[in-house]
Design a protein. Structure first.
Length: 265
């Protein structure tokens, strides 16, 4: 079973208070399968088949977003990519039509090839440009000194650890997603569903805070830790289509009600 865990973070308040406690909320897709287990606890249902045999392992996927972040259904840099491609297309078209003097003027005009200022981020004690533009929830590119930038810098899960990992309940790994909508790396883990009970783990999350350095805004990474748990239960796995306890067959209509070959459906 694939279980998605979305961590929604109030970034501005977390940075102000110096903690994720009370400022982070976990939402997963296991609600209908088991009663609520408590805050920041994810149910892992369907550990056993109806005959008592162990079912297939569960897989957890962690996703983090800010409360003012860009919707997950869109790649983070979608509007910037479009604007950049559109600007480059118009510039190339204008250069083709211009004279030699006109080309020099076009290339020297900053408005013709204007790009957003890059965000400067400190990584491993070195300040370097951020890989992508910073966008608000509407997909608009933010300048580095914009007051809304702090709430829109995406949180990043950097590590999954704790007792659940040490005791061999969770087996986490960092994956690179080829899906353009994912726009990068994500953490995933398999669960040993034979180990019934509640197991704690720690999620390390990096938030970025703006500081001034040599008159320029630089984004400093701030590491936070959030204690969470999984509740491995003993409910048998259920077929989502039939409601039965066995994989079984899908509920297909009798052959007499299906269309014959060549007939319109």
């Amino acid at each position: 079973m694939q279980i998605s865990i979305v961590t929604v973070i109030d970034i501005v308040t977390a940075l102000k208070e110096g903690t994720l406690d009370g400022n982070a909320y976990l939402i997963d897709n296991t609600g209908p399968f088991a009663p609520p287990a408590g805050p920041r606890v994810t149910n892992v249902p369907g550990v056993y088949n109806a005959d008592g045999s162990q079912a297939t392992e569960a897989v957890l996927n962690w996703i983090t977003v800010g409360v003012a972040d860009l919707p997950l259904t869109l790649p983070r840099s979608y509007r910037h990519r479009y604007n950049t491609a559109n600007t480059e297309h118009r510039l190339v078209d204008a250069l083709r039509k211009a004279t030699r003097d006109g080309r020099a003027k076009l290339l020297s005009d900053p408005e013709a090839i204007r790009m957003p200022k890059p965000l400067l981020v400190r990584r491993n004690s070195v300040v370097q440009p951020y890989d992508a533009p910073l966008l608000n929830g509407a997909g608009e590119v933010l300048e580095p000194d914009d007051p809304a930038a702090e709430a829109s810098a995406p949180p990043v899960v950097t590590h999954i650890s704790g007792p659940a990992v040490e005791h061999g309940v969770l087996y986490p790994a960092l994956y690179g997603s080829p899906d353009l909508l994912a726009d990068g790396w994500y953490w995933s883990a398999t669960v040993d569903t034979a180990k019934v009970g509640r197991h704690e783990y720690q999620m390390d999350v990096t938030l970025y805070q703006q500081v001034q350095e040599n008159g320029e805004p630089v984004w400093e990474p701030k590491l936070f830790s959030l204690t969470c748990s999984i509740q491995v239960g003993t409910a048998p796995s259920v077929n989502g289509f039939t409601g039965g306890f066995f994989p079984g067959l899908l509920p297909i209509l009798p052959s007499c009600l299906t269309s014959a070959a060549g007939e319109a459906i």
